[in-house]
Design a binder for this molecule. Structure first.
Ligand SMILES: *Cc1c(COP(=O)(O)O)cnc(C)c1O
Length: 398
């Protein structure tokens, strides 16, 4: 079977929710993936900030294989060892006291929204259920998560969205102050907006948001689904800003590719959930949490977060040098290895040209190239991509 045959088969039977690149990927190792024809690609998107330890990391693969030979799933009616150990690790390394495990980012955000509503409901403030989130935000595709998402194109065709969501511009403190009401249960945001275009807050913004929330008795929810687990050069992005949220959601890189989400909160907030409040069949199964546990342990042993910060600085500088050479580059920004390069042209042709040269990169919001390689990326890999971009942008400009 050729990749063209496979593509035809897939296009005939899969729902048409994705405009895929005409590549069939069959194998991965570290920062490399291979297609059916045996061509190798350097992966600078890592399954959208998921495979932080690269593909098929030997320690994670081994942990997974070991667990696969014993216990996969028993439901959350029972205790399991890996789930407990992962929850201990996460609470031990964050502001949070308790964790709820689920299967995806959207589900983690659903859980966060439910927790915030329940928290005020239990305190007798039943009218206090509204959530303020940000324009250009992305919180997922389920009904509540998309209702919280500040991008019309995500909601198009799915009306009516849920009641109880208000929007203000990201990075606008005055707009937030004005929108706050006695009905506001929570402010929910990504510390650095991912899908919205790798948009970074100005230095004091998040601290001010924290203060505004405190002044109003409102909960602060950070969606760290994309920014968490070392992506920004800190374990969690909130560490850059000298504040902590009340609730945090994680997913993407937590399982390095195994589907797992988590919603974390400090004790007082977490205690709004009691037996029966919320549940999921698959959340935190032994098979998935044993892999995630191997992921977080490996991150510590291999000092991945420090490496991400170093490679992020190196990569950003390289891209900034490119900016001096290429007038099509408007801006280079980001934290750690979540980097956006804004062009003043549509970026799709650049992505395609890089693919042809053996690099997987990503374009969001039409004109922003997003780089989110595995955190194990090395300078030589970065140099190769930057050379490729240099050539591609030269040709694009002509
Ligand atoms: C990817 C993402 C989500 C949604 O995660 P899914 O696992 O696709 O549901 C939510 N929030 C942010 C910030 C994300 O990057």
């Amino acid at each position: 079977m050729t990749s063209q045959d496979l593509k035809n088969k897939a296009d005939a039977v899969m729902m048409q929710t994705y405009a895929r690149f005409p590549v069939v990927l069959v194998k991965g190792k570290g920062c490399d993936v291979w297609d059916m024809e045996g061509r190798v690609y350097k992966d600078f998107i890592a399954g959208i900030a998921v495979c932080n330890l690269g593909h098929a990391h030997p320690v994670v693969s081994e942990a997974l294989q070991k667990q696969a030979g014993s216990l996969w799933h028993v439901s959350n009616l029972y205790y399991t060892i890996p789930q407990t150990a992962l929850a201990e690790w996460l609470t031990g390394h964050s502001f949070a006291d308790r964790v709820f495990f689920c299967n995806s980012g959207a589900e983690a955000n659903e859980a966060a929204i439910k927790l915030c509503r329940k928290y005020f409901h239990d305190r007798g403030e039943k009218e206090r259920f509204r959530v303020i989130s940000m324009t250009q935000s992305f919180h997922g595709r389920t009904m509540a998560a998309l209702s919280a998402t500040g991008q019309d194109k995500i909601k198009q065709g799915f009306d009516p969205v849920l009641d109880g969501f208000d929007f203000v511009a990201f990075d606008d403190m005055d707009a937030l102050k004005q929108k706050m009401a006695s009905s506001t249960a929570a402010v929910m945001l990504e510390p650095v907006q991912g899908e919205g275009g790798v948009r970074c807050p100005s230095p004091d913004y998040l601290k001010t948001v924290r203060n505004i929330c405190d002044d109003n008795g409102t909960l602060l929810v950070f969606d760290e689904i994309q920014t968490g687990m070392g992506r920004t050069g800190k374990l969690f992005a909130y560490e850059h800003f000298g504040i902590v949220p009340d609730v945090m959601t994680l997913a993407k890189a937590l399982g390095n590719g195994l589907p797992i989400g988590a919603m974390l909160a400090r004790e007082e907030v977490a205690s709004a959930f009691s037996p029966g409040s919320h549940a999921t069949t698959f959340g935190g199964t032994p098979i998935v949490t044993s892999a995630a546990l191997a992921v977080v342990k490996t991150m510590e042993v291999e000092k991945i977060v420090t490496h991400a910060a170093q490679m992020g600085a190196y990569f950003t500088n390289k891209l900034k040098s490119l900016q001096e050479k290429h007038a099509v580059i408007e801006d280079v920004r980001g934290y750690g290895l979540l980097i956006g390069m804004e062009l003043n042209i549509n970026g799709d042709a650049v992505v395609k040209a890089c693919l042809a040269e053996g690099f997987l990169i990503n374009c969001i919001q039409d004109a922003i190239l997003r780089f989110a390689p595995p955190l194990i990326i090395e300078k030589t890999d970065i140099d190769m991509l930057v050379d490729c971009l240099d050539n591609v942008l030269k040709e694009t400009a002509n």
